[in-house]
Design a protein around this ligand. Structure first.
Ligand code: S6P
Ligand code: ZN
Length: 184
C-alpha cells in the first residue's frame, strides 16, 4: 500500500513499494520534436524522462487519486528542450496539480482551441492544470527537473491528439532564453 512509500523531499524520489515506474528515451519520441533530424542524431537509448507513480486503486476508478514524480533530464534536441510527450486527459474535465521539487523548467499548457501558454517552474512552484487543457513539461535548466503531480484515477491519458497535431507552440532556447515559438 502507498502508506509504505516515502518521498525524499529534496529529490522527489519515491522510495518503497508498490511504485509504478516508466521511462521515455529519445528513441521513443519520434516526431515529438520539431527538429527530427537532430533527434535522430542522438543515441536512441538516451533517457529523456522517467515517472514514478502511486496508483492505490485501479486505473479508471472514479473518486480516487494518483500521485507521482516525473524526472526530466537536462538536454536539447536542436534548440528545443528535453520535454515530456504531453497529453490531454482522456476524460477532458479532469484537472491536476504539479508542484516543482528540483531544477528549472516550464509547464506548457494548451486549451482545446489550441491557445498555448507557459508557466515557469522552480522549486516550490505550484501549478494548477485546468480541465480541458493539454500539458507538457520542458527542462530549461542544466540539472534534473523533478516535479510531483496529483491527478484523478479516472483521468486517463489522450496522447493521440498530441502525437498527430502536437502543441501549437514549442519552447525553444533563443539566445539562451526559453521562448515559446508558434508553429508555422
Ligand atoms: C499524469 C501526469 C504526469 C505525466 C508525466 C509524464 O496525468 O500529468 O504524471 O504523465 O509527467 O508526461 P506524459 O505526457 O508522458 O504522460
Ligand atoms: Zn496529466
Amino acid at each position: 500500500m502507498p502508506t509504505e512509500v516515502r518521498i525524499n523531499l529534496p529529490t522527489g524520489e519515491l522510495v518503497g513499494l508498490p511504485v509504478h515506474e516508466s521511462s521515455r528515451s529519445i528513441g521513443e519520441m519520434k516526431d515529438y520534436y520539431w527538429d527530427e533530424v537532430a533527434r535522430q542524431k542522438l543515441d536512441p537509448g538516451t533517457l529523456v524522462y522517467r515517472v514514478q507513480a502511486l496508483q492505490p486503486v485501479p486505473e479508471g476508478t472514479e473518486g480516487g487519486l494518483f500521485f507521482g514524480t516525473t524526472f526530466i533530464e537536462p538536454g536539447l534536441v536542436g534548440d528545443e528542450y528535453f520535454m515530456t510527450k504531453g497529453h490531454f486527459h482522456r476524460n477532458r474535465d479532469r484537472s491536476e496539480y504539479y508542484i516543482t521539487v528540483a531544477g528549472a523548467g516550464a509547464l506548457i499548457l494548451m486549451d482545446e482551441s489550441r491557445r498555448t501558454s507557459f508557466e515557469l517552474m522552480q522549486p516550490g512552484s505550484i501549478h494548477y492544470i485546468r480541465a480541458h487543457t493539454a500539458h507538457r513539461v520542458a527542462n530549461t535548466g542544466d540539472s534534473v527537473l523533478a516535479f510531483v503531480a496529483c491527478w484523478p484515477s479516472d483521468s486517463g491519458h489522450d496522447y493521440g491528439s498530441i502525437a498527430t497535431k502536437g502543441f501549437s507552440a514549442r519552447l525553444r532556447t533563443i539566445a539562451g532564453v526559453p521562448t515559446l515559438v508558434e508553429e508555422p
